[in-house]
Design a protein around this ligand. Sequence first.
Ligand code: PMP
Length: 300
Amino acid sequence: AISEAPVIWFDGALVPWRDARIHVLTHGLHYGTGVLEGTRVFDTADGPAVFRLEDHLRRLERSARMLRLPLPQSTGELAAATVELVRANGHRECYVRHFAFLGYGAMGLDMRSSPTTTVIASWEWPAYLGGEPLRLKTSSWRRNDPNSVPPAAKATGPYLNSALARREATDAGYDEALMLAADGTVSECSTENVFTVHGGVLRTPPAAAGALEGITQDTVLALARDLGVEVRVESLLRSDLYAADEVFVCGTAAGVVPVGSVDDRELPSAPGDVTKRLADAYRAAVSGEDLRHRGWLTLV
Ligand code: PMP
């Protein structure tokens, strides 16, 4: 069950959690016409801090532009609202969900007749894939094709693709789905980007493979460069994961999580040495201990 917080930011006002309601004939509920972000707040020595807030809000704005969804608020307004909300809810650490969708006003697919509703919610939500190294299974569902719906937009409707893949994997007894692009190259997991380490080189698939340009992915690439690890953003085959020295996944909700096996091929080590170093570097960055990356933090 979700851990309820006192208030939700709803179209500009802080309203009690249970009063943040919408009509059943909301456009976005029927047609998936919405965009979203998932951001985390971490406890630091200077108090709670939002990690890479501006980057998340810029991605929200880009997603809205790709959908032609009018976003009434600027990223500056949404950043201020985020800080206001996290303060009002009194969190030390939390997850923040920004989303905007076509609201109530008209039915039918035409996107021009419905107003946008914008919401920011925050709640306490520990990393949800924690614990044991993950067992991945290649999904029978291909990642959304860029010419069907753009995977670069973090939009609500397209998450049906991820939800089908996640459900298939967990029904079969695995932890998470590995999704391939239409051309058969590796894309990403249902809600995380994927990395391999092979011969000391770190690799992750490009956006052209239908992978979201993850902010944690970008963080991991920057931290790897700090550590002097060679990084390559390039196409991967599923067999590259079978043959890798290490595999891990990462995302805002999950953090940096080692993979133990891919399609029942056990990885030689989980977590491997590079994964461990990157997970430690990630913890140091989000907690503000790594002074080089203080610019990623917005104090609440
Ligand atoms: N891919 C997908 C499909 C996702 O939903 C997410 C979570 N936002 C990610 C990757 C990871 O992105 P980020 O690191 O920005 O959370």
